[in-house]
Design a protein around this ligand. Structure first.
Ligand SMILES: O=C(O)CCC(=O)C(=O)O
Length: 270
């Protein structure tokens, strides 16, 4: 997929870019199936708290799994998908690593927000345009079910962050919300937003669950050793001279297995 000059300009100027029809229906079905398995296996945990940043809520639920790669061969294969690498390298440059992977699942009626933050408040890279999240709508993402919101142009601003009292580990900021735009996406649609873009998701007040998968990609020139977050042992090189298709990091070749993983997950579900 070749991005247009306008697409790249939009990412650089506004800090984000949406591609509504990025994944096929087959891929979406496999993502939903694998997420159901991870949830059934108890691998997502509720990070929502009662306003003290500690006491887990029994009425509000923001289920998170992070990282995913060591719990799912399917999601481990996804960042090696050539169509993802192709777009990411057009956005942030041609030598990239996978930096982070996580899913947030908001159950029907009780799904709670992930509050405003800039990823660069965690990662602190010197040029916030050289890292990007790819946020994938695993289900249709609408204003009613709390889809992703971003503040266009906020990657040029730095907001003060403090501990989010409604999460057991997140930080949050209070950006100018009047500038926010809601990114509604069909399942399989994606939003790329750079490390500086302030973003948030909202309550799910509908009668169906909604999940978003966020994979973060970073240009290797900006990958300091201390950017490996706790409980993550590896950040696979996806392109560049160090890239081995996952062999060095995982002991097996992952590159080229995405389509096969989609087929496997769908076949095991029937
Ligand atoms: O999906 C969500 O609720 C939030 C995603 C997010 O904030 C992130 O990936 O940084």
């Amino acid at each position: 997929m070749n991005l247009t000059e306008q697409d790249i300009h939009h990412f650089q100027e506004q800090g984000y870019l949406i591609i509504p029809d990025f994944f096929s229906q087959r891929e979406v079905k496999a993502m939903q199936t694998e997420l159901d398995r991870l949830f059934r296996d108890g691998l997502l945990r509720n990070v929502a708290t009662d306003g003290d940043g500690q006491t887990h809520s029994t009425t509000q639920f923001n289920f998170q799994i992070c990282p995913i790669y060591h719990k799912s061969h399917f999601f481990r294969a996804m960042p090696f998908d050539p169509k993802i690498i192709n777009v990411v390298t057009q956005l942030i440059g041609d030598r990239i690593i996978e930096h982070l992977d996580q899913i947030f699942l908001k159950p029907a009626h009780t799904g709670s927000p992930t509050n405003w933050h800039q990823d660069n408040a965690y990662f602190k890279i010197t040029d916030p345009l050289r890292g990007t999240a790819m946020w994938t709508a695993i289900h249709d993402a609408t204003v009613a079910n709390g889809t992703l919101r971003v503040i266009p142009g906020s990657h040029r601003e730095q907001y003060e962050h403090c501990r989010d009292p409604h999460s057991d580990h997140h930080i949050r900021c209070y950006p100018p919300e009047e500038r926010a735009v809601s990114l509604e996406l069909p399942a399989g649609g994606v939003a790329f937003f750079c490390y500086g873009t302030a973003h948030a998701t909202g309550h799910n007040s509908t009668d169906k669950p909604r999940a978003g998968l966020a994979i973060h990609f970073l240009h290797t020139d900006y990958a300091e050793p201390n950017l490996v977050e706790e409980n993550r042992t590896t950040r696979p090189y996806l392109t560049g001279v160090e890239a081995t298709g996952g062999l060095k990091e995982y002991g097996v070749k992952i590159e080229g297995t995405w389509d096969q993983e989609v087929g496997r997950v769908l076949a095991e579900a029937v």
